[in-house]
Design a binder for this molecule. Sequence first.
Ligand code: ZN
Length: 598
Amino acid sequence: MSKTSPSVRPVRYRLAIESAAAHLLRVELSLEHPAAQGEVLSLPAWIPGSYMIREFAKNIVSLTAEQAGEAVPLRKLDKHTWRTGPLPDAPLRVTAIVYAWDLSVRCAHVDASHAFFNGTQVFLQVQGRELQPHLVELVQPEGEAFADWKVATTLKPARGVPGAAKQWGFGVYRADDYDSLIDHPVEMGTFQTLRFDVAGVPHQMVVTGRARFDEQRLRRDLARICEWHIELFGKPAPFDRYLFMTMAVGDAYGGLEHRASTALLCSRNDLPVPGVHAMDERYRTFLGLCSHEYFHAWNVKRIKPAAFIPYALAQEGYTRLLWVFEGFTSYYDDLALIRTRTITQQDYFAILARTISGVERGSGRLKQSTAESSFDAWIKYYRQDENSPNAVVSYYTKGALIAAGLDLTIRAASEGKRSLDDVMRHLWREYALKGRGVGEDDMPAIIKTATGVDVRREIAAWAEGNVDVPFERLLKPFGVTLTRSSGGLMSALGIKTKAEAGALKLQHVLDGGAMQAAGASAGDELVALDGLRVSASNLESLLVRYRTGEQFELMVFRRDELLRLQVTLTAPRADECQISLAARSTETATTLREGWLG
Ligand code: ZN
């Protein structure tokens, strides 16, 4: 290909903060030689990893184009696509002013303290030029307040290009194509940085937001977890650098995976307290989140459903396999913690038991399979409402249980010689490394090839069907026992409540519960129980005085209308699971268990 061919000239962007106070970014797109017939520009409707149509174009405040100082008209074709008319051969510049005030891992957020953005929100896609290199100049904001700002991103400095950035610096960065451009989010500001190496690969975590935490402990725990993941799939790691981009705030939780980084949102209380060595629930959850997103660097960023090759960013990308890509990832995130001894076996059993209880409390699992939930993520899992527990199953939690069930099945059937780890390595070698996507119906054959164990029936029942994973039976050969006990009063009532502006409201009313039978609905405000005022703090203490079969009168406001409901207390369901070591364990069981949990 000729060096001067316009088709290999990079697509260039220049990104600057237009106004930190107004949360605006200015993003200029330049094409040196636009196509004579004109150019078509668009913005994605969703961001890979978060399966919901978000219509990022809604945040474009203005969009203008010019050539040699003359305005170029842009015609809008649909909600996120623009077209120019035929163009003379002169540089084209398109300027977008983008509103960036969404504090989430999926969008963009800019103020005087920092700027974070995903490419899906700010970089217009030039149709037909997706495979060309893309250059991005990140402009340091002017003024003393921004003098200490640095840049954290896994975009690569554009070596050899005038104004090329240095790592952590402003300047020009490069992506090989558009798909890569939007898979390296950028954080700019004055973050804290932790560094550690794993398997010869530099890893960093940057923490934005006011947070004091035990850096050394976090670095040590993360390094051990990352090393375990790399060992699982086999060296070398599939990236030459990895970056955890953490935003610590008062109260939030979330993560989004990328090929060489992850964007995380957490509460500052999730970070380890200096001087405390015990593992607490919050820090464990944060490590689980890091572990989850890191595992995604293999599972979904490189091992992909065929339906995601390439991503269709203008509309929904449908797959029935999120139970594999999110479910298996959810299984391995916590499994990595026990296998690295970051948590105890008792902790792990408690986590697994809680996941089983949580899944089995939702009757949605009896109406929707995880394969259907995957396919309908766009309209159901990602758009939950008051009825979701009765209608939707989570491909994360039930998917994690399916992964556990398959792992136990494979281990027991192969006498501990094979496991789900072999399946992951097979997917890595035979799919990711060969650039093949996983077909919608491929999983049973993949598992058979990788382990010799036939799990067609299990997948048909658990993933394609609505059957619960039978853990009592599956755990037995491992010398592990699952028992169930009463889920308590709230389980008998079948409700989830939330306190809202001093009122106690029903968030969910579960199918089959006493409250639904009495006529209560989500959104009702609980007022009084047998004449006594009800609040978030006294509901349980009022209820414990009633026995199964007894009645009470509940007064609720539905909107502004007062209703009297007669509630008959039914027996609590035995939906609280406990998992523990069996009283006696054979040598075979101990070997199997140690193979599973390390
Ligand atoms: Zn995930």
